[in-house]
Each structure stands twice: as C-alpha cells, then as structure tokens.
Design a protein around this ligand. Structure first.
Ligand SMILES: Nc1nc2c(c(=O)[nH]1)N[C@@H](CN(C=O)c1ccc(C(=O)N[C@@H](CCC(=O)O)C(=O)O)cc1)CN2
Length: 289
C-alpha cells in the first residue's frame, strides 16, 4: 500500500498563521513577544537553524535578537550573556543553540536560563513539570511531533509507540508525551538487542537513531505511522532521514519526509513557546496591577 505523507511544512505553516494572530493581539496589548538566540562558534548546520529561527520569528511579528559568540568564549562569559537576557524584560524566550563547544558544560548553561524563559523546555524544572504532566514549555521537537500526530488525526490512546533513541532532547520526552496520551511506550536504543522485533510491533514508530536511512521497510509493521527525526547527508550529500523513505512508505499508513517533516515543526513550536511565555508575562502584569 502507498502511504500518506505527513507534511510538516504545511502543518507548521498552519500553526504559524495561528501564532501571527496571537502575536498581533499581544502587540495590541503592549507586549511584543521577544526571542533571544545565542549561537556559539561556527557550526554551519547550527547557523542555518538559527537563521531560520530569526526569520520565522520576525515573520510572525516577534522581536528577535541573535547573539553570536566565538567558539573560544569562556563558560563564564556565556553564562553572563544568559543572565543579561534573563534580566531583559523585552525578552520572553532564550535559547542557546546546541551543540556547544566541548569546554562548555551544556547542563550548566541550560540551568542558567530562567525557567520562565526556557522556550526550549530543557531546564530541569521544566523537564520535571513535563514528566508529571504539569503545564510547562515542552521541548520543541517532541512537541512538534505531537502536533503532527494530532493534526493528522492519528489515534494514540492504546497504541504501541516504539521510540528509537533516548536523548534528553527528543527520545526521552517523546515517550513521556505519548504516555500522557495513553500510548503504550517502548524505548529502544543503541544497546537494544533484536531491534526489529520491537519496531515490527509499533503502531507508531519514532526514529531518532542518527544513522542515514537505517530503518527500511522490513522494520515496519503494515499500516504503522512512521516519524523520522533524523537529519543526515546521504552518499551524494543530499539531506535524508534515519528512515529509508522509499521502502518505508510502502509499509506505512503515514510517514514524515526529510526534509519537510519534523524539522519545520521544531522551529514552529519554539515560536509557540515564546508566544506562550509572552502571554504568561502579560497575565502576571495584569494580576499585579
Ligand atoms: N537549543 C536547541 N538546539 C538544538 C535543537 C533545539 O531544539 N534546541 N534542535 C536541533 C536543531 N534544530 C533546532 O535547533 C533544527 C533542526 C532541523 C530543522 C529543520 O527545519 N530542518 C529542515 C531541513 C533544514 C536544512 O535544509 O538543513 C527539515 O527537516 O525540513 C530545524 C531545527 C539541534 N540543536
């Protein structure tokens, strides 16, 4: 059977259109949502993502500032930069683009971001809230995947979701969000024995393994929904995911492409979190009047 493409570009655009209206309403009430991005070093992929974050936030009517620091910057100076933004009342969302150079402790930097401005949803306080189902900023990639599933009318409750990958940014939170929607969740990772045994049971298969085209059609149960989080270059230098799209789409009922699937949703949900942060600020201001 041939599967339905889950179009992250189109769904992302739909959400951005909704956000534009929310931003306009906030601006009318005297609050322009502000996003600050810090980029350390010259990783070309990171530069592209950061440029797209800046462009998309401006298109939505938000304030956007980018701070570029050399890869020789000290941890202390980076932390000082974060603290400056924590204190800036025109900034609602702060993110430090990852990965960071090796001499900087990523966890320390994440902890330095005020949880109220942590629009990446990486701060331990926000991770904890997410885990126990309290309202908070959700990490953008898993949040975007939940939107893709919900807006494509994929049933989650009672389904078996298999996640390949256990990173703090994608795999771990992904499982928790699916669990909160009553999926039965299995985590697989690099030490999982007989991976295929698990993937072939998946009604929803989330692939974040980091190896180009690793998951082929024979790993996939007929009519499964397949979400590809991978971002790799193939032998010709072309962007591709962790799933071999051609063989997988023959098995799946729905599948995300790369590019144009999960990636655009990551940036969209960052904007959504920033708007939510600005809304929180406005509510707090009104309560203190
Ligand atoms: N602080 C953070 N760092 C990183 C995050 C994050 O959420 N917060 N995630 C990734 C990178 N990332 C966002 O930062 C990201 C990756 C990919 C895309 C995307 O739109 N991809 C496109 C293809 C882009 C291309 O042509 O190269 C697609 O899939 O269609 C957006 C954001 C690691 N770091």
């Amino acid at each position: 059977m041939s599967s339905k493409k889950i179009d992250g570009k189109a769904i992302g655009q739909e959400i951005r259109n909704e956000l534009k209206e929310e931003v306009a309403s906030l601006v009318a009430q005297g609050v322009q949502p502000g996003l600050a991005v810090i980029l350390v070093g010259e990783n070309s992929a990171s530069e592209t993502y950061v440029k797209n974050k800046e462009k998309s936030s401006k298109e939505a009517g938000m304030k956007s500032i980018l701070t570029k620091l050399p890869d020789t910057v000290s941890e202390e100076d980076l932390l000082a930069e974060v603290e400056k933004l924590n204190q800036d009342d025109t900034i609602d969302g702060i993110l430090v683009q990852l990965p960071l150079p090796k001499h900087i402790d990523e966890n320390k930097v994440i902890r330095a971001i005020s949880p109220e401005k942590d629009v990446d949803g990486f701060h331990p306080m926000n991770v904890g809230k997410m885990l126990i189902g309290q309202e908070t900023f959700l990490p953008c990639t898993p949040y975007g995947i939940m939107q893709l599933l919900e807006r494509s009318n994929v049933d989650i409750a009672g389904k078996h979701a298999v996640i390949i990958g256990r990173s703090n940014i994608v795999g771990k939170p992904m499982g928790q969000l699916l669990l909160q929607k009553d999926a039965t969740v299995t985590y697989c990772h690099s030490r999982t024995e007989d991976l295929k045994k698990f993937t072939q049971q998946a009604d929803i298969l989330i692939v974040a393994i980091g190896i180009a085209k690793f998951i082929t059609g024979d790993y996939i149960k007929e009519d499964a929904v397949v979400i590809d989080v991978g971002m790799n270059r193939d032998e010709n230098g072309k962007l591709c995911g962790d799933v071999d799209y051609e063989s997988a789409e023959k098995q799946a009922s729905a599948i995300t492409p790369v590019p144009g699937g999960v990636g655009p949703m990551t940036i969209t949900m960052l904007l959504k979190n920033t708007v939510e942060s600005a809304e929180n600020k406005l509510k707090a201001r009104m309560q203190n009047k």
